[in-house]
Write a protein that binds this ligand. Structure first.
Ligand code: PLP
Length: 406
């Protein structure tokens, strides 16, 4: 399909609104993306005509909703190319997926003295749950550092690995630096030592073509709301082997087979890991978002976003007073920067009044800020509906910021 930016923009109702009387320039897509009409309509339609709890009812509406929910699971499976639909566990989001995994994996595999490796560029969601697990189990967290260019020093991984290493958890695309990490290489090295790898795909699934079978990752997590879907829904993909071996992370309805006061047995996959009434409408709407991305074409999205990234990078550097963080050759559409001599928060306030939504601060990645010795950055994170005109507006407004504060 031809990638027609005006048509794409028309698919997102919110993009035509104004803020402070100015056209909205939404460049905070790393935090959350806007929703296409198909997703909004899907949520409305389900509440209007199909709402019913899944898996439990014997009536028409429950049957229909159950079928739609399981079809959504199959859509996710296809989108990330998992081998089995039962390897797709719906969760409330990336953070919930990692916390749940840290609990179940920790219960089954982590003992005192064991080690878990993360990277210096992780989002807090892929640091803190592992840190909490290490504290619970007297295990140790180790860190792969990155260079000032924003490249993981993967050559150190070989030295960090030993026979106590139980898991490597790595961010696929950095939410602060944009770096696309060489996850396939990391996985292949880890597997040579029989170590499983978790890939945090919160910033990759909406930009890159994902193939969990090809990269052979053991776990892959992402959030619906960052991939044009709704909030409150996300995915934990895990290889069948791990799901079979790990205990459930929550107990309750639907995840059980037989319950007696003496003993309870677990339901089959994936239900063993989906206790309680799931966010089925969220899952169904997430599937709509993924179908929408598929209809645009992963290659088209990648090419268009790369053009935007190149254009935005040149624009910012041409200003002459901007420090850009993250210049990996393989980079996703994130521009993290500071205006020399201006606090990011001050810049963010001025940009806001011009109708421009960016994120300022540490982006839930304080170790990245500590690496550079800075308080925070301004982050313009680009999506498939952004335009070069919007980047022009950004650059012009930054010039005003510099004049006001510089
Ligand atoms: N991981 C990365 C790389 C992220 O960028 C984010 C959110 O910004 C998260 C995890 C957490 O996602 P959520 O807040 O949707 O659980």
């Amino acid at each position: 399909m031809e990638f027609n930016i005006q048509q794409v923009r028309n698919d997102f109702p919110i993009l035509s609104r104004q803020v402070y009387g100015k056209p909205l320039v939404y460049l905070d897509n790393g935090a959350t993306t806007q929703k296409p009409r198909v997703v909004i309509d899907c949520i409305n339609n389900y509440h209007t005509s199909l709402n019913s709890s899944i898996h439990r009812g014997v009536h028409f509406l429950s049957d229909q909703a159950t079928e739609a929910f399981e079809n959504a699971r199959e859509t996710v499976r296809r989108f990330i190319n998992a081998r089995h639909a039962h390897e797709v566990i719906f969760t409330p989001g990336t953070t919930a997926a990692i916390n749940n995994l840290a609990f179940a994996f920790g219960e089954r595999y982590i003992a005192p003295g064991d080690e878990i490796i993360v990277t210096e560029m992780e989002h807090h969601a892929n640091i803190v749950p592992w840190q909490m697990l290490c504290e619970r189990k007297q295990a140790r967290l180790k860190v792969i550092p990155f260079t000032d260019q924003g490249l993981l020093q993967t050559e150190t991984l070989q030295q960090l690995i030993n026979d106590k290493t139980k898991l490597i958890a790595v961010i696929h695309v950095s939410n602060t630096l944009g770096t696309v990490n060489p996850v396939a290489d990391i996985i292949s090295l880890a597997h040579r030592h029989s170590i499983p790898v978790l890939v945090d795909g919160a910033q990759s699934v909406q930009h890159l073509s994902i193939d969990v079978s090809k990269t052979d990752c053991d776990f892959f997590v992402f959030s619906g709301h960052k991939a044009y879907g709704p909030t409150g829904i996300g995915v934990l993909y895990a290889k069948e082997k791990w799901l079979e071996e790990m205990p459930p992370f929550q107990g309750g309805g639907e995840m059980v087979d037989v319950v007696t006061f003496e003993k309870t047995t677990w339901n089959e996959l994936p239900f063993k890991f989906e206790a309680g009434t799931p966010n089925y409408i969220g899952a169904i709407a997430l599937a709509e978002a993924l179908k929408y991305l598929t209809s645009l074409g992963a290659g088209n999205i990648l090419e268009y976003e790369h053009q935007l990234l190149r254009y935005g990078t040149e624009k910012l550097l041409a200003l002459g007073y901007v420090t850009l963080y993250g210049s990996a050759p393989d980079k996703s559409s994130i521009l993290s920067f500071n205006i020399n001599g201006v606090h990011p928060y001050d810049a963010g306030m001025v940009l806001d009044k011009a109708g421009i939504a960016v994120r300022t601060g540490t982006h839930c990645a304080q170790p990245v800020m500590q690496h550079f010795g800075i308080d925070g950055t301004i982050r313009a994170s680009l999506a498939l509906y952004n335009t070069t005109d919007e980047l022009d507006i950004l650059a012009d407004t930054l010039q005003k910021v510099k004049t006001m504060f510089g």
